[in-house]
Design a protein around this ligand. Structure first.
Ligand SMILES: C[S@@+](CC[C@H](N)C(=O)[O-])C[C@H]1O[C@@H](n2cnc3c(N)ncnc32)[C@H](O)[C@@H]1O
Length: 226
């Protein structure tokens, strides 16, 4: 397996995927608008986003998150019904993904207890019964069925892969351009394939230098227990 070292090795997230994610926001305008209100309310007392964060930034956070639902590189994404959001913070990408995929179960994991209070409150108020808030380190999370992991701006790629308590089917991360340095540290024996897709910055400056990185793992679940 070759680990991509620099942007020229990347594919581009397709325009169809970008548009599909944007359409999901339009189709769910009411619930996302209530979500933004709840986030802004909670952000006054719990540090979820920067203090300057407003509706425009939250709109792009939602769009970024939905890209992780819509992006489906052939052969990389499995049919796992459980999706673990590692380092979810205030619920990104997990809450928007749970709105977009009501048939999947989402475990939103964060090691900070007060962030889990936020997730529980928002899930209840929005009626999202497919979200479970998990207050724990990702290292300790061990779903008992096939699962995949998503994560947005929360972990160094190599650190996340080595932290997982048991192996998911795949790991998909939204990352900045620092990902290329992080890939140097990835254990090649842990992954069978890596794919990197650059997000099309012609959709706006919030997409500049953003990448979706997808890993297929080869470690058998039983052999990776810690
Ligand atoms: C920079 S925030 C990103 C939050 C969110 N994903 C977003 O895009 O806004 C990183 C989050 O990861 C959580 N975190 C860091 N290490 C963790 C670990 N080992 N297990 C679970 N959560 C962790 C932190 O508590 C924090 O809420």
């Amino acid at each position: 397996m070759t680990i991509p070292k620099s942007p020229p090795d990347c594919s581009i997230v397709s325009r169809e995927t970008m548009e599909e994610a944007r359409s999901l926001i339009d189709e769910n305008r009411d619930i996302f608008s209530r979500l933004q209100d709840l986030w802004l309310w909670w952000n006054k007392s719990v540090n979820l986003f920067s203090r300057k964060c407003g509706n425009t930034e939250l709109y792009y956070h939602i769009w970024h998150s939905l890209l992780l639902s819509c992006h489906n590189p052939s052969g990389f994404i499995d049919d796992s019904n459980i999706i673990v959001d590692a380092g979810t913070g205030g619920g990104l990408p997990g809450i928007p993904m749970a709105v977009a995929c009501p048939d999947k179960q989402f475990l939103l994991v964060d090691k900070v207890r007060k962030k889990q209070r936020v997730i529980k409150d928002i899930s209840t108020k929005l009626g999202l019964s497919n979200i479970t808030a998990v207050h724990d380190k990702i290292e300790n999370v061990r779903p008992n069925n096939k699962f995949r992991v998503v994560s947005k701006h929360a972990f160094d790629a190599a650190d996340l892969l080595s932290s997982l308590g048991i192996a998911p089917e795949s790991v998909m991360m939204l990352k900045g351009k620092d990902v290329f340095e992080e890939l140097d540290k990835v254990d090649e024996e842990q992954v069978s394939a890596i794919r990197i897709d650059e997000i099309d910055a012609s959709f706006g400056s919030f997409f500049k230098d953003k990448y979706i990185v997808t890993f297929q793992l080869i470690m058998p679940q039983s052999a990776h227990g810690k």
